[in-house]
Design a protein around this ligand. Sequence first.
Ligand code: GLA
Length: 669
Amino acid sequence: MDWSERLGGLCYGGDYNPEQWPEDVWKEDVELMRRAGVNLVSVGVFSWARLEPAPGVHDLGWLDRVLDLLHDGGIRVNLATPTASPPPWFGLAHPDALTVTHDGTRLTHGSRDTYCVHSPAYLAACAGIARTLAERYRDHPALAMWHVHNEYGTTCHCDHAADAFRTWLRARHGTLEALNDAWTTSFWSQHYSAWEQITTPRATQYLPNPSQALDFRRFVSDAMLDHFREQKAVLRELTPDIPITTNFVLGDWVPVNHRHWAAEVDLVAIDHYPSTDPPAETAFAADLARGWATGKPWLLMEQAVVTYTGPRMRAKHPGEITRLSLSHIARGSRGAMFFQWRASRGGAELWHGGMVPHAGPDSRIFREICDLGALLPTLEDACAAPVEAGAAILWDAEANWALQAPGLPSTELNYTEAVRQAHRVLYRHGVTADVVHPSADLSAYPLVLVPSLYLISDADADNLRRYVSGGGTLVVSYLSGIADEHARVRLGGYPGALRDLLGIRVEEFHPLPPDVALTLSAPDVLAPRSTSPRAEIPARPPTDEATFSDETTFPGDRPETGTFWSEHVHLEGAEALAVYTGPHTLATPLSGQPAITRHPYGSGTALYISTRLTDDAYARLLGLSPTPVELVRRGDWLFAINHGDEEHEPGDLLLPPGGFAVRPHVERE
Ligand code: GLA
């Protein structure tokens, strides 16, 4: 069932926290929401202490009045279960339900997210408050969706967690022998002779066991999913026709495998707070969400009217809220929602902005919020067809977790950044990419990029072989295919699982210090630059024999460089598209060795990049030319968004600085 249809048109609104305000503000809220075109608000996300001021004592009268007011104003409610922030009395009554950090510190109430999903008391309380809300509001006409919890992500190392971890491990490994083998416990005398000896990866003297750490991340994701499922079961039992979701938070710290969760929510919903490069980050987050939703609609549940960039906040530029919202919608979001409706006057997040800022409705922000609210209903037709993608980029949470282990050949390895680079290159060249798991059906994509996929299962490696032998073009970059699903190195030469597909064998890694750049040279066999914003990768080189010299460059007008990483690559069936040419020093011994390779495999081609290229070089390798505006196609419709300061003319469109157009498709020349 497509649950998003229950929500009707594009959703517009945000987190509404009326418990922060005196009741006389609520009426003005609804009037302003109507003025802004708001049609959906997430209510009660952190309201547990107000709903249940003392154990078993419920006060829902205020929420009745809020829901009635909203309904009278024609605004639907995405009603939250408030379980991400139990009240102080709860932690005091059940100290074993408070989070224990990996160094054994038991946290205290006073913030939010201080809970343990393995604590029986917490689980019972969550199911209880979810039932109370569902029983009360099951027939309320404003109820449009359930918002379970908030941004799942709390990891706990208490004894409940350790017990649950052991149970999970028994199910995963079956026997202690299998676990000992998977975790390579023969190293450093870590062998376990009884299940009871195993704990969560708590603070220890030196490097922890990477396979244990990886299994713990998997376990945390599964355990939190069980917590979600318990609430979902209560809500589904009482309100079978109401969609149920939770808001996914993005970030490398997040111990959630969203791909597994996506199958459990009725509508994938993400929160997104870009920082340094909002347009590219937005496109990436939206393409990730669409991947989790397997192409179905999803929802931008939270964004902010301000941007946090490292040390300081910056006000969003004029029109930026609209452009970024539009980018999410173009890429499949069923709307644009915010944190939060009205900026708080106190509390921990009083500077996180709001659709109604501290300045009130007479403000640039609120005027833009109203304009966006008027724009959204005009976009329905443009959103009818699926998003068209010209390429796929592979992303796997487990590979990311494995690459976060300490003790790797470089502390600077960053899987997300490698994936983001691949995405940014396609994005800046007008290629919309689906971000999908290595097990996805890839057959429809002309091009698949595989950035630094450190961990890959045998089955997923087979999937890549099938894709290439069926005619696909696969571009794999450094440090891929190295580890098996237990984070153990595949022996015999890197990139273990992909050696035959790539026709190479990597003997050694040479991570580079920040001040070293290797030069690369290439014969003129790479893709001609394409005028099309879609990828056009040559299936094979124009010459069978490539010849190299130090003078030869990429088809750009300067030698390319490789930074950060390099590898000693041997050709075993592949040809070199570019070689390392210098500097010739003892510390950089790869001169003359292949840097980029190409291997025909079945009816397709597999390329390998053994270093980090610049974005420009990456694009040249793929034969792409830049597109100065964001372009997304959906069936007969084109979304064009100019995030820059200069006027641009894609096709027959004229986009002023910051301008956008959503219109029936225009043929590109
Ligand atoms: C997240 C949370 C919100 C709020 C915002 C702050 O998205 O879900 O509750 O904390 O961040 O920007």
